[in-house]
Design a binder for this molecule. Structure first.
Ligand SMILES: Nc1ncnc2c1ncn2[C@@H]1O[C@H](COP(=O)(O)OP(=O)(O)O)[C@@H](O)[C@H]1O
Ligand SMILES: [Mg+2]
Length: 233
């Protein structure tokens, strides 16, 4: 039995010396198209494959798209251990986010309430929030955002679940200080060719590989080449 939680991407597990530490909150950052959602799906699927319960809060991709993309990666969607909360602004029920453009704190609060409600029904080993940027866009005060984010991290800590949050902003954000680990995904265009690089910048409680490693997105999802170095000309 491993005391680590697999990300679902073997190369990334190697970079973290065996996977994520259970019960902690991790952040994956990158610009659009870098593969954050794909990585989140790997993380979800690894949990399901392991017989765990997975709660996926989708804030940008409507749940139907998410399901289609997951099945494309070979995931069997009939699994009842997966719960998807569709919190996209376009969601038919619009449950979580009806006030979301008015107040970030309220949006975050509603999301926490929805997550806690799910936990009352059963325990979830993994929780995914993809991407938090959607909530952050509504923040007018940085301090409110910090408070709400901290409340979120603390609540997740009490629920003793492993959390993966994706975020689209590239600059150093306050959330980087509040989470246990940060992974950054980047794309470069080199001589007209798209090159992708992944790097762990923070990983509390363990050693990790701090080198930028090349990765690809294939028909089977993300492949991280943990034993190669990303060469930039
Ligand atoms: N089969 C595939 N082969 C190569 N690239 C793919 C494939 N499927 C998806 N992609 C690429 O993956 C990216 C989508 O990743 P996604 O996880 O949605 O990114 P993000 O959530 O960071 O915006 C797109 O840039 C797309 O071009
Ligand atoms: Mg995405």
């Amino acid at each position: 039995m491993s005391d680590r939680v697999s990300t679902g991407v073997p190369g990334l597990d190697s970079m973290t010396r065996g996977g994520l530490i259970p019960g902690r909150v991790y952040l994956v950052k990158g610009s659009p198209g870098t593969g954050k959602t794909t990585l989140a799906m790997h993380f979800a699927m690894a949990g399901i494959a392991n017989g765990e319960n997975v709660l996926y809060v989708t804030l940008e991709e409507p749940s139907e798209n998410l399901r289609t993309d997951m099945s494309r990666l070979g995931f069997n969607l009939s699994n009842s251990n997966l719960t998807i909360i569709d919190a996209t602004p376009a969601a038919e029920r619009y449950v979580l986010m009806e006030n979301f453009f008015e107040s970030f704190a309220e949006g975050m609060d509603k999301m926490l309430t929805a997550i806690k409600e799910q936990f009352r029904q059963r325990y979830y080993h993994r929780v995914i929030l993809d991407p938090i940027t959607m909530l952050k866009l509504t923040t007018t005060k940085e301090l409110d955002y910090r408070r709400a984010f901290l409340t979120f991290v603390k609540t997740m800590g009490h629920l003793k679940t492993t959390v993966l949050i994706t975020s689209e902003l590239q600059r150093t954000d306050v959330e980087e200080y509040l989470v246990n680990g940060v992974t950054k995904m980047r794309m470069f265009e080199i001589q007209g060719k798209l090159t992708r690089g992944i790097r762990i910048t923070k990983f509390r409680g363990s050693g990790f590989d701090p080198t930028v490693r090349p990765y690809e997105i294939t028909d089977h999802g993300i492949v991280v080449y943990h034993d190669r170095v990303l060469t930039l000309p």
